[in-house]
Design a protein around this ligand. Structure first.
Ligand code: BGC
Length: 902
């Protein structure tokens, strides 16, 4: 027996977090077993032997792998915990010790915010710290705004980037805790803080050059608490004893990148101590942003610009329209391997789309500048990044002639391709630049390594099938999640946007929770959402965090409007999705207010329109980017946005009722009644006396009505038939947008059209998921036709190749191909109801839950016989429903079945 994956509040050994409530979770690896005796202890002792502050006592037949407790915790204290399990055959196992450590909690900050004005270069704060004797423990508590990195004796403190991350800075400021015990030496220590603009102060936000969104001064606050081995304590904190000078980092912001000039002279700056409040400071809640993967370029070639290509193509006899057909997304990479005699740049291809940056290691001649430009796709074999709109996405590094490993500090990029340029000290493009660079690369004197950075989360789901393209699609949906889970769930990681669009989360959250343990990440997002909602009297903005901007003529309405359906419904969908996947009641309780505030907000809107129970006012985006409205320039699909608003109003009311029921809140009846009333009014409004839908049906309308069961009973068959007819009429293709897509295949599989769901999945033509896989995509595109059949980009206005929304097909795959529907808070923790189709020979996969891994596997034999294998983890159970309609509740272990369906 093995006890592993001990998590406190969904994180392994969290340090410096806000522990309002404590949720412990562990996993037991042991087939065929259940827990007989359970015992959990929390203590201040590393071995959990003494200083016990919580003892669950032995609990018999404990049916959970989680425990919620409330403890009076002390600030700046590490607590240890372990569990002991005895299984039903008497095996006893004590887990390794896990820990969590509090931050300053209510303790007042001694530190003051300090700042230093600098015209161009970013400030660098420093102070020498004297350690009088041997250090027992040392911690730094810090927050820097915009962004900050701490160094101790010239070594970066911690392995995190882009601190303090992005949250609603106007209302809460999360500070971080660093264990620097091993970095402090006896004697003098150089403590320093490097600052950058980030989300707080740098250019950020689309459609306008917004900057200073949260403040116009970079500022930092830091406390270093030292405890010596003899028990004496010391504290160093930011005040007027800190000094500052200019750093060698110049322009920097999230969209445009960063400029570093290593030849720049450092100048002293005067430090001002600000009397800004510390009252907004709270312990962090976000998982750390770390480097999680490393990539070497798969192709390094000299860069072909469009002019080269054009001349090359005309030499080859291809002209005009024909030349556009020469390359596609995958062909383009092949094209880039050729070396043009006139090209002056290097082109790096990292083989897949990445969010992060490239690190350069090597020596460049003094005062020469290396510029890296980032792009997602080649066009006609050449570097391209016009779809990043105004985001420059570049990194400029001017060398001092020394050997370095250099990376950007305060920005990130979404890219697969990097164009490298070398210019001399006068900024002149070197005629032999490409030869110089290529030689350095070939001789190994200059290396480029890309790193994916993201909020560090554990992958929890896998799906593999007999179809290689489907497998790539699954990987692409995961990769788009990885690329967009950078402290907040962003829409895209590359263009001048990268915001926490709420609707994208409503759509993708269930997929995200299958793919990765997203509990802590989304909890952090919900904290910001809660703050934004307070300001909007329960309404929800289009993106979270939502910077406060002054309205001006011509401002993009997304900054000054809010409260649209689907986008706003993140407030109910997200907490409930987390509850289904992680079964954490305390988390649901914490965010129940967010749920209620949203539903109450809609109810107020409804009352204002004098329409009982139906939401007919407000501005909604509807089925965003659907293809069914006949106008490719109108992003709003044909399905009536108010009908969609009412579907989601109904769903949100129902989710509030369900949540109230779980946490035993008195509003259960009220919300249930509301949901029932919305449903009956909805049916009256949208179905006529003949039980027919009153508007023109679309794929999305059918999918939503069927999925949420919003129809008069007798209309079900007609809706199912209509959906099939609509698919046939559209040549067997989908045409749904952000809102309809997650429900389309689910509605088909639930209504005897399962093969249709598989057909949509397996369709390689536009529009469909495999169309982009066929064109070489490694992530999910924003539009069904982000690239056209010939590989050319379909437009630059709003066209990202890394937008996870349509990746919601992976949710259908987890739920219907593998059959997993988690409900971790219930007594029966999982529904496993795989729905195979002969269109796939086999599928298998697993999801890691708070109880451990569930596995599901099937194959269809030529005879039509279906073989199923299911694994249920220790102490867990599942209701297994097979395609023949049979159902049973099963406990831990492996279970095999054979079913014949004609
Ligand atoms: C974003 C989306 C978002 C949409 C809403 C886009 O610019 O990238 O994903 O949901 O706008 O209007």
């Amino acid at each position: 027996m093995k006890i592993l994956n001990l998590k406190t509040n969904h994180l392994i050994n969290p340090v410096g977090y806000d522990f309002e409530t404590l949720h412990f979770n562990w996993e037991v690896q042991e087939a065929n077993q259940e827990c007989k005796e359970f015992h959990l202890v929390v203590s201040k002792d590393v071995n959990c032997m003494k200083d016990i502050i919580y003892d669950s006592q032995i609990i018999m037949d404990y049916a959970f792998n989680t425990l919620d407790i409330q403890l009076d915790l002390e600030p700046r204290t590490r607590y240890y915990w372990n569990v002991t399990i005895v299984d039903v055959i008497g095996q006893r196992m004590v887990s390794d010790t896990a820990y969590f450590e509090t931050a300053k909690m209510e303790e007042a900050f001694l530190a003051k915010w300090i700042s230093a004005d600098s015209e161009t270069a970013m400030p660098f704060f420093y102070k020498n710290v004297l350690c009088k004797k041997e250090v027992k423990t040392a911690r730094i508590y810090a927050c820097g705004l915009g962004l900050y990195e701490i160094y101790m004796n010239d070594t970066k403190v911690g392995d995190e980037y882009l601190l303090p991350g992005y949250h609603s800075y106007d209302y809460r400021l999360e500070y971080q805790t660093f264990d620097v015990t091993n970095q402090l030496k006896q004697g003098e220590n150089a403590l320093s803080i490097l600052m950058g603009n980030g989300w707080y102060k740098g250019r950020f936000g689309f459609d306008h050059d917004f900057d200073n969104l949260y403040g116009d001064k970079l500022k930092v606050l830091l406390e270093l608490h030292i405890e010596y081995t003899d028990g004496e304590k010391d504290c160093v904190y930011t005040d007027d004893s800190f000094m500052a000078c200019t750093s060698q980092i110049f322009e920097n912001n999230i969209y445009d990148g960063e400029h570093i000039d290593m030849t720049a002279k450092k100048e002293e700056l005067s430090v001002s101590v600000l009397d800004d409040t510390t009252s907004l400071l709270v312990g962090r809640s976000n998982p750390p942003i770390r480097k999680v993967a490393e990539f070497e370029p798969v192709v390094v070639s000299t860069y072909l610009d469009n002019a080269d290509i054009a001349s090359k193509l005309s030499i080859g006899g291809l002209k005009g329209e024909d030349s556009a057909n020469v390359s596609d997304a995958s062909g383009a990479a092949i094209e880039s391997k050729s070396i043009s005699k006139t090209a002056s740049h290097l082109l790096l291809d990292f083989g897949e789309v990445i969010t992060g940056w490239v690190e350069i290691t090597g020596i460049i001649e003094k005062s020469y500048t290396l510029t890296l430009q980032y792009g997602e796709v080649l066009q006609n074999g050449a570097f391209y990044n016009d779809n990043l709109r105004t985001a420059k996405a570049e990194f400029c590094y001017t060398s001092n002639g020394e050997m370095v490993t250099m990376r950007p500090h305060f920005t990130y990029y979404g890219f697969q391709f990097v164009k490298v340029t070398l210019v001399d000290c006068n900024g002149v493009d070197l005629p032999d630049g490409k030869e110089v660079l290529l030689r350095l690369v070939e001789e190994g004197k200059l290396t480029f390594t890309a790193y994916r950075i993201m909020s560090d989360m554990e992958q929890t789901g896998t799906i593999t099938t007999s179809n290689a393209m489907v497998n790539k699609l699954v990987q692409n949906t995961l990769r788009s999640q990885q690329c967009n889970f950078l402290d907040i769930p962003t829409d895209c990681p590359q263009r001048d946007e990268r915001m926490g669009w709420t609707g994208d989360t409503t759509i993708f959250a269930p997929t995200a929770c299958f793919h990765m343990d997203s509990a802590a990440f989304y909890n952090h997002y919900l904290h910001s959402l809660k703050e934004e909602q307070k300001r909007l009297a329960g309404s929800v903005p289009f993106f979270v965090p939502m910077p406060k901007v002054e309205a001006f003529e011509g401002i993009n309405p997304f900054y000054v409007t809010n409260g649209a359906c689907v986008w706003g419904d993140v407030a109910t969908v997200l907490p409930w999705t987390l509850y289904l996947h992680y079964g954490d009641k305390s988390l649901l309780k914490q965010h129940f207010g967010v749920m209620c505030d949203w539903i109450d907000y809609i109810t107020k809107q409804v009352a204002a329109s004098e329409d009982a129970y139906l939401w007919k006012n407000g501005h909604h985006l509807g089925d965003w980017l659907a293809l069914d409205n006949g106008n490719p320039h109108n992003p709003i699909g044909k399905t009536n946005p108010h009908m969609i608003a009412n579907v989601f109003y109904y769903q949100s009311a129902l989710l509030c009722a369900k949540a109230a029921n779980v946490i035993q809140d008195s509003r259960y009846e009220e919300y249930l009644h509301l949901a029932e009333m919305i449903k009956s009014e909805f049916i009256k409004e949208y179905f006529d006396d003949n039980d027919c839908y009153v508007e023109e049906l679309t794929q999305t309308a059918c999918a939503l009505l069927l999925h949420f069961q919003l129809y008069p009973k007798v209309a079900k068959e007609y809706l199912v038939k209509s959906l099939e007819e609509l698919l046939i009429a559209n040549d067997g293709h989908l045409n749904s947008g952000f809102v309809g897509t997650p429900f389309l295949c689910q509605a088909l599989s639930d209504n005897n059209l399962n093969d249709w769901a598989y057909k949509l999945l397996l369709n390689e033509e536009y529009p469909g998921w495999l169309f982009e896989v066929k064109l070489g995509a490694t992530t999910v595109w924003e539009r069904w036709n982000s690239l056209l059949e010939d590989g050319s980009i379909s437009g630059t206005g709003m066209n990202s190749l890394n937008h996870y929304a349509y990746g919601s097909i992976a949710e259908w795959m987890y739920r219907y191909v593998l059959g997993f529907s988690p409900r971790m808070g219930d007594e029966v923790k999982m529904l496993i109801a795989p729905k195979p189709s002969k269109l796939l020979a086999w599928a298998k996969g697993r999801i890691r839950t708070p109880y451990g891994e569930y596995e599901s596997e099937w194959h269809v034999e030529p005879s039509g016989e279906m073989q199923f294998k299911i694994m249920i983890p220790f102490n867990a159970n599942a209701e297994v429903v097979l395609p023949d309609g049979s159902s049973r509740v099963l406990k831990a272990g492996e279970h095999c079945f054979s079913v014949r369906v004609d």
